[in-house]
Design a protein around this ligand. Structure first.
Ligand code: NCD
Ligand code: ZN
Length: 346
């Protein structure tokens, strides 16, 4: 019998872009309404590289929260060629940094100051392995000779596999996995290697980018792949395996920055994220696995207790807003204007 409601421990979002200023103020309520905690990405301009910048950013987030919201931002350090191991350790030990993020230089939005060559952060990675601090990776090479759709698979071969051999104890999250290659790789590693999966990569394949014309709001990085990859992601997410957990990669950009020559990468999925996952798990007859993916596997990997509060989803229709105002700009959410079959109760 199809169920009509589902109660689970309050979920967390293990990969989120909150931005800053008016944009943050506009997008934060969509996350704080649903998720107890979120791993906040550090790719601001300038990036959040040091402990004091992360503390200041955390304060701005807490200040921007709607009244009464119970939400804990978990901060990350943006690794650069110049990152000092001591700064990373100090931030981690002080409880400011939950993890550090590796952006290969120029791989994605605001990654210009990312790492130009992994050997440049050898000492940082060794220190992280030593203190048990998770490394979050944007798993794409930037070599222009590599096809855009192969950049994730090549990253595994050239960067990640050697890294796991060199530092087998390092905790690694393969962020926003988009390929079967990533799923297979993560599965083959020990419990210290996990992956997040976004709602949109469970729903769209690369065809969605070109459906009836060019669709800038379906464009994110890593870019959606072929259908076979989407199906592998769906199997992994709904498997209940502890290695796979929720990370929305909600990444808002003003509509004007998406709909232009050289539009920005990023999909703003926060307004319907949990409901989209519920739809996917429902379609896969795996609603009983949603709590593991959304609320249990992430905290377990990070060594944190799961949330005590509960949330309830009901089978009820509602429409994703067509757009959201953010100061003088507007943002178009993923699935804008579409009808959803699951709704989070207030
Ligand atoms: C993200 C952003 O806009 O900050 N964009 C995206 O397409 N996912 C950066 C990232 O996570 O790659
Ligand atoms: Zn991201």
């Amino acid at each position: 019998m199809a169920r009509d409601s589902l109660t689970l421990r309050r979920p967390d979002d293990w990969h989120l872009h909150l931005r800053d200023g008016a944009m943050m103020k506009a997008v934060l309520p969509f996350t704080a309404r649903v998720f107890g905690r979120a791993i906040v990405m550090p790719n601001l301009v300038p990036p959040v590289t040091g402990v004091s910048a992360a503390e200041a950013y955390r304060k701005r987030i807490l200040k921007a929260l709607p009244k009464g919201a119970k939400f804990t931002p978990l901060m990350t350090a943006y690794l650069t060629d110049a990152t000092a191991p001591d700064e990373i350790e100090r931030g981690f030990k002080a409880g400011v940094f939950t993890a550090a993020k590796l952006y290969p230089a120029n791989a994605t939005t605001n990654s210009a100051r990312g790492v130009t060559d992994i050997v440049r952060i050898d000492k940082v990675l060794e220190r992280m392995a030593c203190i048990g601090m998770p490394l979050l990776v944007h798993g794409e090479v930037t070599d222009p000779a590599v096809d855009v759709f192969d950049r994730e698979a090549v990253f595994i071969e050239r960067i990640l596999a050697p890294l796991t051999r060199r530092l087998p104890k390092l905790k690694i999250v393969f962020e926003h996995a988009t390929t079967r290659d990533a799923i297979d790789f993560v599965r083959a590693q020990g419990p210290n290697v996990a992956a997040t999966i976004t709602p949109h990569h469970l729903v769209i394949s690369r065809n969605a980018l070109f459906q009836g014309g060019l669709r800038p709001h379906m464009y994110c990085l890593p870019v959606a792949k072929r259908e076979a990859h989407r199906l592998a992601l769906r199997r992994a997410a709904t498997s209940g395996e502890t290695k796979f957990f929720l990370g929305t990669d909600s990444a808002p950009h003003p509509i004007a920055d998406k709909e232009k020559d050289c539009g920005c990468a990023g999909i703003f999925c926060a307004p319907s994220a949990l409901e989209t996952y519920a739809r996917v798990f429902d379609e896969e007859n795996a609603l009983d696995k949603l709590e593991a993916f959304a609320s249990l596997n992430g905290p377990r990997f990070y060594g944190l207790p799961p949330n005590e509060a509960r949330v309830t989803l009901r089978r009820e229709t509602w429409k994703v807003p067509a757009k959201i105002k953010a100061g003088s700009a507007a943002v178009k959410p993923f699935l804008a204007g579409e009808e959803m079959g699951w709704k989070l109760t207030a």
